[in-house]
Design a protein around this ligand. Sequence first.
Ligand code: FES
Length: 326
Amino acid sequence: PPLTATINGAEVILSNKETLLDAALRAHIDVPFSCRVGGCGTCKCKLLRGSVKALTEFGYILSEAELDQGYILACQSVPRTNIDVEVGTNTYPVKRVTGTIIDQQRLTPAITAIRVQLDDALVFKPGQYADLSLPEQGYMQRSYSFASAPNPDATLDFFVRKVPGGKFSSFVGDNTVLGMTVTVDGPKGDFWLRDADAPLVMIAAGSGLAPILAMLEDAIGCKRPARLLFGARTEQDLYALERIHRIAREWNAPFDFLPTLSNEAPDSGWKGLRGRVTALIDGLPLIGAHAYVCGPPAMVDATQAQLIQSGVEKASVFSDRFLTAA
Ligand code: FES
């Protein structure tokens, strides 16, 4: 029987040796493309199931992290089996909007929250990020995830974690930035909640909680059982607990919040979980779950490996490697 490609849920029967892009275009499925020869990356999509033959090496265009997450170039992929792919057409155009910082709050010794009032609305999916810069300070552009869902008053929240040597984050961490102008370039990234009924396991470390909070607040009302694993070093590094408790109260299905501390003093009086998030995953029933992971690269890698070992399918793990790091 002929092979099929399922592209964003729509099934196409493949002709012999046809590329995924040709098949999609023939079936009038909207896949973005430009060069058609494997040189621009516009046709990047995520292989969820099956395997393809690469006509040119994807590694010239795609990063190692992307290859790892199953990204392929549609114009250079000839399916070898029935395949299932996701094409990121359902995102919003990137634009530059300026705004003013109207609130600044220290959440933990290392993390400062800022709220930006935009001059113009910006549409994005919770989970995505933007590049921020401070033109009055000579720019210092840095990427930060949106820390809340889009809202009608055109304000945005970001969590800025102070990183040694990070100019932007040190500036925001050490100075009053209220009233300053910011430029916001976004939205970017493909970290957002996929439509599905699968139970959710959300795993965040440090300021990686930002996109996870945005996704969860936006998803209140859905009927998917959810778990939130939040890793921090010590109790004073836990934050946004009121927001998390509100999500848990308003969630329409079981919601489990599991904060765990990796570096809390043994005699501190902390009665909760200890250790890294990866150790927590081990004991959880996760088969069939969709996992969303955000934190520093080493944490994301270790978590991904542990999730797969715990029975989560590779294609059901979505991650964001701490674009918020500097
Ligand atoms: Fe340019 Fe596929 S369209 S890489």
